[in-house]
Design a protein around this ligand. Sequence first.
Ligand SMILES: C[S@@+](CC[C@H](N)C(=O)[O-])C[C@H]1O[C@@H](n2cnc3c(N)ncnc32)[C@H](O)[C@@H]1O
Length: 211
Amino acid sequence: MPQGDYRKALDTSFVHRYSHGEDEWSWDVGMIQAAQAFLERLDPHGDQHVLDIGVGRGRDASTFILAGHRVTGLDIVENSSWPLLRKRWGDRLDLVNKAMQDWQPAPGTVFDAALDNGCFHHQHPDEWGPYLAHVRRLLRPGALVGLNVFGVDDAHPEAGWREMDNQRQGYFFTDAGIRQTLEAHGFTWQGLEVIERQHGEARYLLALVRT
Ligand SMILES: C[S@@+](CC[C@H](N)C(=O)[O-])C[C@H]1O[C@@H](n2cnc3c(N)ncnc32)[C@H](O)[C@@H]1O
């Protein structure tokens, strides 16, 4: 599917899932574990400015704020949790209704770290390059980046696209494949955490890299 059409399909799919309460990932223990593993590697002195790419209902953003950090969360869908999150966290949380690839922050904005918990693997392959290049541009040198993506398992060991709902696709990576993808886009490999996925088959792979 061409890139522009896929963007619309992705938007339709996520709008539908959030508005029908079918965003089961928002309560997925595996995604909570991924955010926890990322948080454990953040500078413990607090007040890091974290970019949460595909922030969803703000579960991870709230965890990071409680740990003393500040968060900017991006998402293509503004869901029903956002008004309460804004009220609760005030200036510790900036929620922006924009696609990662398109967003231009205020001049001079530099992030200390970024987490993409389940967003990158849904992007059109033609956007992988611009998306990752943009993430790198927004971060300070040496910043921690966590990308939690679908990983293949023994039952379905082939890497590739799998159809989800409303034409949304998910790319399932091998351990070597996610490493290769991130290194090819200029990130420095730090390690991989394999996490059990609560909903659906396969696993999550939390790839940890630095700019
Ligand atoms: C599987 S959900 C995960 C949400 C959240 N990170 C969590 O762990 O609950 C993926 C999220 O990414 C958002 N998204 C998809 N493509 C995006 C893009 N290009 N830029 C920003 N957000 C995007 C979706 O709307 C959705 O909220």
